[in-house]
Design a protein around this ligand. Sequence first.
Ligand code: LLP
Length: 440
Amino acid sequence: MKLRDTLDIDEKGRLRIGGCDCVALAEQYGTPLYVMDETHIRNMCRGYIRLLQEKYPNATVAYASKAFSTLAIYEIVRQEGLGADVVSGCELYTALKAGMPADKIYFHGNNKSPAELALAVREGVHAVVVDSLYEIDVLNVIAGKAGAVQNVLVRVNPGIDAHTHRFIQTTRPDSKFGFSIADGTAQEVICGLSEKKNLRFAGLHCHIGSQIFELKPFALAVDKMTDFMERLFVTCGLTVEELNLGGGYGVTYTDEDKPLAPWQYVDAIVEQLTACLQKKKIAPPKLVLEPGRSIVGEAGITLYTVGAVKEIKGLKKYIAVDGGMFENPRYALYQSKYDAAIADRANQPPAETVTVAGKCCESGDILIEDIRLPSVRSGDVLAVFTTGAYNYSMASNYNRNAVPPVVLVQNGESDYIVKPQSYEDIVARDAIPARLGERK
Ligand code: LLP
């Protein structure tokens, strides 16, 4: 197994992240524990910004915060010059609370509520990315009441078949996202926007899917989007000021994954875009990219303590850890694969094949199926890699398990960025109506 750049193994064979010993982190903070490497996150942000400054300066990187949304991450990405893509009222609230300027925020979602839209208008987000006629009507009324003219990007579906898990593809013809370019709906909707006095058409958005390893689907998306820009100009006289092409750049979960470096995707996108704009004689729009996973994915690991070890003779050996689908539902949802190591014997060769099970009351609660590890004992600290994206952000309190805390590490220092949840925190919002008590 190839080690991620956030990790190293010391001379005693102990795994470290951001200069912190993983066993020591597990002892200090308890397990399960999400650990995020600050240097990796900053390097990723800087890589995107540097490349765009060089190749397409009229560009913005909006961190897709659905991948990992906490106050500290908005603070880090803001310091690095990124904006944010938010997808719910509370992601928006968190971003604003962390000090992300509203005019660097893109508000997404295929069914934003009127309350969420009102918050976005009130706070003055840079753009609402509209995704239904219903939303367009509601937003126009809300902006009107606020005496505002709200910038909108229109989410379109360019119909690209990106080779990734079906649940994270977003531009199949039957996708719930976007207005179809192919059937003419996108054009109709955009041309109709001029009747909405409190909305201002600022541009287009598409996102073709996530965890994509090939360049071709991105190049194809650029082709289709610039074709569409040309058509909008010719038929409706509309100029697209901003072209937001979403995110989706793949990361390494296991050695089977062979993603390109994130900037290689961006490089290819920019080259294709520049060529298409020239060929089609379109004025260059502002380019917006929304990477999520590639900024935080490999920055994260999760530490667990191994509890029960159970062998089903001739069939399978389970090692059960103190986490599970409540803190990482990705195997249960997408059959995702992960690599892992035993934290104090990370240099030892594999000796057995085990399946890492979670502690939830459900057979599908698996974290890793059939992984080769040195022989595992109860009490070992297991480190699972590339858990920085879509783990904490997708966690739940299933079985009333606490969502683990998150610790940020750098140069041997560690600090909470999300504090532990106590049983009382989980129960605090429950209520027993008085009339239930009366029945006693
Ligand atoms: N922009 C939009 C509009 C998106 O919907 C997404 C991801 C992104 C940007 C960022 O994509 P990324 O760079 O992270 O691939 N829960 C799934 C992933 C769902 C992705 C949703 N949208 C998972 O765990 O794999």
